[in-house]
Ligand binder design. Structure first.
Ligand SMILES: O=C(NC1CCCCC1)N[C@H]1[C@H](O)[C@@H](N2CCCCC2)[C@@H]2OC[C@H]1O2
Length: 327
């Protein structure tokens, strides 16, 4: 068995990527943000304060004949951007791209932070990191992919995210036609519960490869590519009008600049992010904000959507490895 679901950018900046998910019987369809950087499937629901849920599609467990409340269970999560949500837990049938998981933990939000209230493009998240990161207490719950994996043709899923265009999340198979180059696999370290890997070098534009060990995670739930300061400073050193803008908390530059590409090593291969993807978004006038920024203070690097957009990424749970192929 397999599943294949389209995704699309939430807005004109590719801030996040949205996929429709069916929950319950009859199906309640919610637009959700698939997040390989976290491990909870949570939704706006009939239990979310109406003032917070306004503008969001909600899940109403009482209208689903297959929902069951998980007695005594609760969840609470805070993301790296300091957004947060919490609530209680149901199980129900959750279908993605035609593949159904019965008894999936659906975490119902009784509280959501302002970032989520304001972001009406999604009605919750589907966490696709490792099960160890799930926040449900007293009994940790499995991710949708973890539950699906033993029934899928192969315990893998792929992320194909595109700039201002539809893409896909495929489960149980790899459509290599989505890529222009071969898939290079690297092992993941599972200790932190992320799809975490090490990249050994980088290059800017057509420049020489610089040795620099980056310990990072493949995170579809983070918008930007966040790397060590030394790499980021070296990159914007090559952009004539670039400056660090304290108010924007990042590097900005003149929108008319022709930005160099950025390449990072994956095993003995490299993935190249075109400069056009690093010209992320206008901030005001003809000043633009960079899609490559510092990971300062996070403690790990984040290969977010700006990097993933340049590739087909294979999340291979069976072999505990990540695959990257140039698109
Ligand atoms: O907090 C992170 N990542 C951290 C970023 C800083 C450095 C550490 C990792 N990801 C979140 C993301 O920002 C959220 N956001 C909502 C608004 C549109 C953009 C996405 C969305 O909700 C949770 C998750 O996805």
């Amino acid at each position: 068995q397999t599943g294949s679901a389209p995704n699309h950018p939430s807005d004109s900046e590719d801030d996040e990527y949205i996929t429709n998910v069916s929950i319950g019987t009859p199906a309640q369809v919610l637009p959700l943000d698939f997040d390989t950087g976290s491990s909870d499937l949570w939704v706006f629901s009939s239990e979310t304060p109406s003032s917070s849920a306004r503008g969001h599609t909600i899940y109403t467990p009482s209208k689903s004949s297959t929902s069951k409340k998980v007695s005594g269970a609760s969840w609470s999560i805070t993301y790296g951007d300091n957004s947060s949500s919490s609530g209680d837990v149901y199980t129900d049938t959750v279908s993605i791209g035609g593949f159904s998981v019965t008894g999936q933990a659906v975490e119902s939000a009784t509280k959501v932070s302002s970032q989520f209230v304001q972001d009406t493009s999604n009605s919750g998240l589907v966490g696709l990191a490792l099960d160890s990161g799930n926040t449900v207490k007293p009994t940790k719950q499995k991710t949708w992919f973890s539950n699906a994996s033993s029934h899928l043709a192969s315990p893998v899923f792929t992320a194909d995210l595109n700039h201002q265009a539809d893409g896909s999340y495929n489960f149980g198979f790899i459509d290599t036609s989505l890529a222009s180059g071969p898939i290079t696999y690297v092992p993941i370290s599972t200790g932190n519960g992320f799809w975490e890997f090490t990249s050994s070098s980088y290059a800017i534009g057509g420049g020489s490869s610089k040795k620099h060990s980056t310990d990072g995670i493949a995170d579809t739930g983070t918008t930007l590519l966040l790397l060590d300061d030394t790499i980021v400073d070296a990159y914007y050193n090559q952009v004539q009008s670039a400056q660090y803008d304290d108010s924007q908390e990042g590097y900005t530059f003149d929108c008319s600049e022709d930005l160099p590409s950025f390449s990072f090593a994956v095993g003995s291969s490299t993935i190249t992010v075109p400069g056009s993807l690093i010209n992320f978004a206008p901030v005001d006038g003809n000043t633009c904000f960079g899609g490559l920024q510092s990971d300062d203070g996070i403690g790990i690097s984040i290969f977010g959507d700006v990097a993933i957009k340049a590739a087909l990424v294979v999340f291979d749970l069976g072999n505990k490895r990540l695959g990257w192929a140039q698109k």
